[in-house]
Ligand binder design. Sequence first.
Ligand code: PAF
Length: 275
Amino acid sequence: MQQISARLKAEGKTIGLVPTMGFLHAGHLSLVEKSKKKSDVTVVSIFINPTQFAINEDLNKYPRDIERDKKFLRKLNVDYVFIPEASEIYQENYQTYVEVEKITKILEGEFRPTHFKGVTSIVSILFNSVMPNYAFFGQKDAQQAAVIKQMVKDLKYNVSIFISPIVREADGLAMSSRNVYLSAAERHDALVLSRSLKLAENLVLSGERNTGIIISKMNDMINSVKNSKLDYIKVIDSDNFTLTDRLIKNKNYYVLIACRIGSTRLIDNTLLKIR
Ligand code: PAF
């Protein structure tokens, strides 16, 4: 991969990387489209990264279908698909990790304390392998995007990061490879996540600025679904990922949710622009 990228760069071409764990959906494909517009050459990586899963998580059952993924990518005329083996990425005696300190400790970090260390390490390895000019991530993993931006800034990676909006199913469910875990009834229950985010948006439109009130109303809505178990609802300043009590004019905030529906853990969010 490095040799291919070095050759492309010597030819003066720009490289866009879309890092994925496969089982692609329309959200991933929107990132590919964006990369294709911005870059001369698009590389999609498919790698289910073991170091970002804790031992009690779903690494072994994470959905995979490389042939289906390749078909999608061929249709989009993607230039390269990079599918390394775990043994190539984490060779024997592997011992180096990249860790962003502060923003990885809150929200997802409280529930998945080792997760972001795995993410930043693999993204760092992918950057060193593909040597992209641009890399594309989704807003659904808003905290992951913020963590990666922090890493790029701190470690001076010469890569521009682009974040694309969440792609949703027609009924509002945020696209996620993990949605396949949901039974029909659970999938219906899972709509409460996007409904509660809509509620937050509507409260803000009607003038509510107290995040405690917004969260409490969202909480009531989510708790009314029997099969749900909330990990958190938080409102944070989108610039610095700090929690906030009051929404202030001319600032942007994320409302972020993590919630279990049955045994499936889902995350979702919305960006509030206060004007
Ligand atoms: O968002 C994902 O799919 C993964 O966390 C990523 C960025 C591909 C790293 O494994």
